[in-house]
Write a protein that binds this ligand. Structure first.
Ligand code: ADE
Length: 342
């Protein structure tokens, strides 16, 4: 089943993508949060600039909506070069990538989103490009086949993935730098909401920003989406100002609670509680009960529930924590949970 979730970390439409693009920070200085990553990137960029070399290949991983594409864009801007973007699943043929790579200039940035979904043949084609800035192109088949060596300019590859565990070791090892992006803190989210509201001329008070920040699952893309929903509600049902009360009412209407959980999160937790005594239970069983894809649950639902400690991952499967029972208003009894040691 595919559901449209307002609290999804992925873009929900091309229009939204264009809109969010306008709000993205353009420099590392403007960037809010991910402080360690930003500090390390600043040093790395400055060093590569001094050496007159391209930035080392960079792998960014973490849940959707946290700024992987934005960082790639910033890196190319800071280097004053072009950014060429593509995605793993769209690079189905070697020829597609060949065209892209041979057009890259020195220090250009090639950004491959969802790099864990590259076809194997394309992935292997990238190895010499990353290591030696050349590609090996095989022409003809059989006894007359030969390898043509095509040199490339010294570009930087930035790969992004929500599933770093699915990357093959040879590909992972070819990135000089790997950074993990984590969910943003409440204060960082608040700062991002206030910044976006300022850029969009939206009036919002401290409580309004607070409610949007707590409902955005530590994810800027969700915050910017919720900000627009709250603005619409404020225009229609209030005086145009986003107060705490206005934001709360707007999100109640969307089924988003005080922690940013929506129906799918609550259903997942309740299924584990009602059908599996709170766990432990395998994700496959939960997915089957919910008629959802395992992938959707692993990428779009679980990370935040794990982050806030509502789900606990054990060797024998997922368990719902006592805090989650409390949040859902369901009495917690130890005997209600299947024992971990049974
Ligand atoms: N908008 C979206 N992500 C942002 C970030 N990390 N800093 C500032 N503005 C943002």
């Amino acid at each position: 089943m595919t559901r449209e979730r307002i609290i999804s970390g992925k873009p929900i439409s091309p229009e939204e993508d264009t809109f969010t693009w306008s709000l993205r920070p353009k420099t590392l200085k403007e960037y809010i949060g991910q402080n360690t990553v930003v500090k390390k990137l600043l040093i790395s960029l400055e060093a590569s600039g001094i050496r007159g070399e391209p930035q080392e290949h960079l792998l960014l991983h973490g849940p959707p909506g946290l700024g992987k594409t934005t960082l790639a864009y910033i890196v190319s801007r800071e280097m004053g070069t072009r950014l060429v973007t593509t995605t793993g699943p769209t690079l189905s043929k070697i020829a597609d990538l060949m065209g892209i790579m041979t057009n890259l200039d020195n220090r250009d940035v090639l950004f491959i989103d969802e790099i864990h979904r590259l076809p194997t043949a394309v992935e292997e084609f990238i190895y010499p490009a990353m290591e030696d800035f050349r590609v090996d192109f095989i022409v003809d088949k059989g006894p007359f086949s030969k390898v043509i060596n095509v040199p490339l300019k010294r570009f930087t590859l930035i790969g992004a993935t929500t599933r770093v565990g699915l990357l093959s070791a040879p590909l992972r090892d070819r990135f000089g730098i790997t950074y993990h992006l984590d969910f943003y803190s409440h204060d960082e989210m608040k700062e991002i909401v206030v910044r976006s509201a300022g850029m969009l001329d939206i009036k919002i008070d401290k409580e309004g920003a607070d409610i949007i920040a707590s409902s955005s699952r530590g994810t800027p893309r969700i915050a910017n989406r919720l900000l627009r929903r709250a603005r619409d509600y404020a225009i229609v049902k209030a005086d145009g100002n986003i107060t705490g009360e206005v934001a709360r009412k707007a999100f109640d209407l969307e089924g988003i609670d005080s922690l940013g959980l929506d129906d799918l999160d609550r259903i997942l937790l309740k299924v584990i509680i009602d059908y599996y005594k709170g766990g432990p239970v395998g994700i496959e069983a939960v997915a089957a009960t919910l008629s959802e894809e395992v992938n959707t649950l692993e990428e779009m639902v679980e990370p935040y529930l794990l982050k806030i400690g509502f789900l606990i991952r054990t060797k024998r499967g997922r368990m719902v924590s006592q805090e989650a029972y409390k949040h859902l208003g369901i009495p917690f009894t130890v005997s209600g949970q299947a024992s971990l040691f049974a």
